[in-house]
Write a protein that binds this ligand. Structure first.
Ligand SMILES: Cc1cc2nc3c(=O)[nH]c(=O)nc-3n(C[C@H](O)[C@H](O)[C@H](O)COP(=O)(O)OP(=O)(O)OC[C@H]3O[C@@H](n4cnc5c(N)ncnc54)[C@H](O)[C@@H]3O)c2cc1C
Length: 405
């Protein structure tokens, strides 16, 4: 949908497009090919693209100017995100840029800011989020990981579960319970930065239903963490985590990936046939597609409202983020169901992304692999209404804040 009217914003859009047109193929020559569509990105790709964007101030444009931001307006940020997505550019590392970054520049010590923010801005470091545990998902307050103060260190023991990107992250921001010698265990949670290479950290892969390794369990066994890695005050970690959860909803909602998914389904309906007719000529498919396009248009406007709304620790609680998360994640699941229906028997096999060099050039084989990847994507979409807070929990928040129930 075209939300850009102001001449300055139009100019900005053209500038972004031109930058992408020139820079993306220089860094990734295979962009636009089926190989690109089917490949899985690695750290090197994300690092290279983040640095390229940073050269224009577009890696962390919404951060404070002191730490690399450019005071970007909500509309221009929206334009930037739209253009990057439309060009299928590599996704930046949101867990670092949008989750822990804002906590560090808002609540971190000067030393923490100097040490971590520049490395996040240029994707030198990748972070993972260590909140969930076996008994603490929706209700994080149930978590059991402890950080016991011993001199100038904490000794951390616990077991984190479902941790995205833990297998390649350099650092984890974790919620823990601090124990001080001679005092009762803190009731509140504390926010601690843990080096993933520290002794006592072990990462065990969990393969998800699509056959890929997105998430892991992380065992913390007597891990020594310097006292200076505590963010803010002990026992106040939930205040900092809440800021992350608000950002997390918007990122996980994934309005732009929904748009990409919908375009992919439209292509599928164009190419696949039922008898001699294309599926796109079938009223049932056309109606479903049109309905989803209308809903997505509305969600794009909602996302713009979310980007406009005040953020930060003093921002009033809002229902916009939870509504965006529930509606977009549920829509993404429906789009993936439409794709599976369109694939028919072709959707019976799911296969994770093959390595780039193994991809066949034969169009029939490529089409088969693409179908397998769509099915794998459909299966992984089941997690969209769980990760970052389940739909049931988001509805509770909407009921409490929005309806006063
Ligand atoms: C793909 C994926 C990636 C993830 N990545 C991370 C990560 O990087 N870091 C991290 O810390 N965590 C991560 N998680 C964990 C995620 O945050 C939790 O799975 C989620 O918060 C739900 O918690 P749970 O799995 O313990 O389910 P539970 O909280 O046990 O919920 C089970 C069911 O009960 C329902 N329920 C629970 N409480 C209520 C209530 N009050 N009212 C109504 N219904 C309720 C839920 O909706 C759900 O259907 C990830 C999860 C997934 C699937």
């Amino acid at each position: 949908m075209d939300l850009v009217h102001d001449p300055g914003d139009v100019q900005f859009q053209l500038e972004v497009r031109e930058f992408i047109r020139k820079t993306l193929p220089e860094l990734f020559p295979e962009i636009g090919t089926p190989q690109w569509e089917l490949r899985s990105l690695d750290r090197t790709d994300v690092h290279a693209w983040t640095r390229a964007l940073d050269s224009r101030g577009w890696a962390v444009p919404h951060w404070p100017v002191e730490w690399g931001g450019i005071g970007i307006s909500a509309v221009r940020r929206y334009i930037l995100l739209e253009e990057l997505s439309a060009a299928s550019s590599p996704s930046l590392d949101s867990i670092s840029i949008d989750f822990v970054g804002p906590v560090l520049y808002t609540f971190g010590t000067p030393q923490q800011k100097r040490r971590y923010l520049p490395r996040i801005r240029t994707a030198e470091d990748f972070w993972c989020q260590g909140f969930s545990e076996a008994s603490a998902g929706s209700d994080v307050m149930q978590l059991r990981t402890t950080a016991t103060r011993q001199g100038d260190h904490f000794v951390v023991n616990g077991h984190k579960l479902w941790i995205t990107n833990a297998h390649f992250a350099d650092m984890m921001f974790a919620l823990v319970r601090v124990e001080m010698p001679g005092q009762r265990r803190q009731q509140g949670l504390s926010f601690l930065l843990i080096d993933m290479r520290a002794k006592g950290v072990s990462v065990r892969p969990i393969l998800t239903i699509d056959g890929l390794h997105h998430i892991s369990e992380v065992v913390l066994d007597g891990v020594r963490v310097p006292g200076e890695n505590l963010v803010g005050e002990p026992g106040k970690g939930w205040i900092y985590a809440r800021m992350i959860l608000a950002n997390e909803r918007n990122v996980i909602a994934g309005v732009r990936s929904a748009r990409r998914q919908l375009e992919q389904v439209r292509d599928l309906l164009q190419t696949r046939r039922e008898g001699s007719a294309r599926l796109l000529e079938n009223d049932g498919y056309r109606n479903r597609l049109a309905q989803m396009e209308i809903e997505l248009d509305a969600l794009e406007v909602l996302e713009l409202r979310v980007l406009h709304a005040p953020s930060g620790p003093d921002a009033p609680p809002s229902v916009l983020g939870p509504i965006l998360k529930v509606r977009t994640c549920e829509l993404r699941q429906r789009i993936s169901e439409l794709a599976i229906d369109a694939l028919g028997d072709g959707g019976l096999e799911a296969q994770p992304y093959p390595e780039l060099e193994q991809l066949p050039t034969d169009p029939v084989e490529l089409a088969h692999l693409r179908a397998c990847a769509i099915t794998a994507g459909y299966l992984f979409q089941r997690s969209a209404t769980i990760a970052g807070g389940t739909s049931e929990v988001q509805r509770n928040i909407i009921a409490a804040i929005g309806l006063g129930l």
